[in-house]
Design a protein around this ligand. Sequence first.
Ligand code: CUA
Length: 329
Amino acid sequence: MKRRSAVAGVSLLLGGCDGTPLGYLDPAGPAARAIAGLGWGLIAISAAVCLIVLGLLSYAIGRERPPDSGALGGGSDRKAIRWIAVGTGISTVFLLGAAIWTLWAVRSVTNATTPPGLIIDVTGHQWWWEAHYRSNDPSREFTTANDLVIPVGVPVQVNLHSSDVIHSFWVPRLAGKTDTIPGVTNRTRIQAEREGIYRGQCTEFCGLEHAHMAFFVVAKNPGDFNTWWDHQLQSTTVDAANRGEQVFLDKCAACHAIRGTPAGGILGPNLSHFGSRTTIGAGALPNNSENLAYWIDHTQTVKPGSNMPSLDLPADQVAAVTAFLEGLK
Ligand code: CUA
């Protein structure tokens, strides 16, 4: 099963375990578009400067030295000084232009003029993401993890917190990076122009499983988003006859919460509606029954160093709790 872990790691680097690429150069939101434009512009300016310098260098190398080149103050010195002035002037104009463009891009990304349509509090943990959806009506607030669902076309304010060390919140196709710092609340904005799944990644080294600290932004049309929100508020019923639920309450509830049940642990991700999530372990494995059963028994093989122990449960308990969790759609 080492192979599975290695494959998951490589696929996360290249494109996520569900094949979703990070897509730095494929912006799908206004902030990412401004940043991508700046990126291409700086590449173009750098390439032009390189070509001009190489051209002038080739010209200078290939040219014959004028006879008075040994004496200072000669005609060719004045010419050289003129060339230096021209070169410095061109460089200054290009660099100043690039600096102004950069400041403009930063300002357009950070100074939001429209009020947000949605506020989510996101907390970085070693090594997963907690998301708390805010509402004017406290009874409509809820907590989830690792998948952020947002409505298309709506500016979403993300308040960033950390429970332990510095992490960094990055969804390349939607916005730039913003750190999550213990004791500080940073803010960023994400907005998706169209429906889709946008991969996010912790981008500040934060310990052993930094690479397995992925998340997914799922952009839905506003109608589907409201349906999703209403569905998230639905609680799981307590069912003494559900063997998986009983195993969960016995073995998992100290660290994980599920709305509607006595399970209220806050050390690990809230697992309400877990069955509808994209991945297991913040991008460590695609979410399906086979992977979940493997994860429960081999957490420290898939994600060594994470706070969840390999539970080493009897096979029938693993099967029962897997069926219970995957059934929480
Ligand atoms: Cu969290 Cu890197």
